[in-house]
Write a new protein. Sequence first.
Length: 393
Amino acid sequence: MGRRRQAYKLEKRGNGIWYVVGTTPDGRRLHRSTRTRSRKAAAQRLPLIVEQEEAGGRATFSEVVDTPLEELLAAWLTSAATEVASAQGDGSLFETYARHFLRFFQTTARICDEVAIEQYKEHRLGQVQATTLRGELSALRRLHRWMKKRKLLSALPEVPKVPKRATGTAHKLGKRKVVKLSPEEMDAIIGRLPESTRKGYPVRDFVTFVRETSLRPSTVFGLRAPHDYEPGARLLRIRDENDKARFGRDVPITDRARKAIDSRFPCEETIFPEFDCRDVLREAARAAGISAHRASKLSIYDFRHGRGTEWGRTGNLIGIAYLMGHKHVTTTKEYLHSNLEEAQSVLFRTSFFTSPAEAAPTTEELIAQAAEMIGCGREDSNLHGCYPTRSLV
């Protein structure tokens, strides 16, 4: 009779990895890692480990071709450009993820190794916030699926999830705060801008167009002629692939915005070439009387926020969301910033005084004004005659 098959079981070690332990028919002690921290995944891999070990081989998972990681990532970004296009519409976010992957993993084998992936998660939690890491790990899963689809990977490695309670590490400088700009301040800054930068970029027309349309700068840089706009047109076409939220739509533009974009014609396909306008924008802000502290923090996105706040006075959140490219008005609310002028406007509309210089009336004065407006003094008129009203004080 042959040797009786030994039972195998799973054991979890201190590092969280599940191991298959037992004794093979030929008397060898089996102690093999499943390379996963998932009990379910380990149970699925157990039969394959046992089968290959008893056959004298060694179970392997996530076998990858011997391709330099840099070349692999470049091929992934190129061939899957449409699929992995970032939330900004141009794939730049995934290019950033790829640089992080290359810096940490260094080899193709390591980027598919579950232990190395777990180490990457722990390493990045010490550098970035949990929300950022979730995006990176999501991109890593996409990469693995792309590799498996092209038979560059034998099995998908398990990419761990970021714990719900994990917060990660915030940037030491914190999140950039929006510089709140009034319509007058935005126009004053634009008035101080040169027509073009030293390298010839149309900075004044670009900033004017963003100020008028409140479009994302990346969307403006992605506009193409004649597909998206022709001189004199009343509507601007936003393609799905040129919008962060994939919100393709036709956007009406103001005369001022039309003048700014028409000045770019005749042009080649790209209407506004991509460039960095922070330095010239901050210099113009200082020249326009903006404080040095606010000017040093100024960004082109502040004009988008400023325009959104200006539109917010209409109260039409649905229309504002459409213009700004938000599919949900809850996102639009983040662009509407409170200010003193709006607070005063609320008081003026709900009070009997009409200007900031006018003192608020006393209770007696309010009663007298209300009675005068009704036209009956201290009496209330109705269809049944007049009778005294209750005292309001």
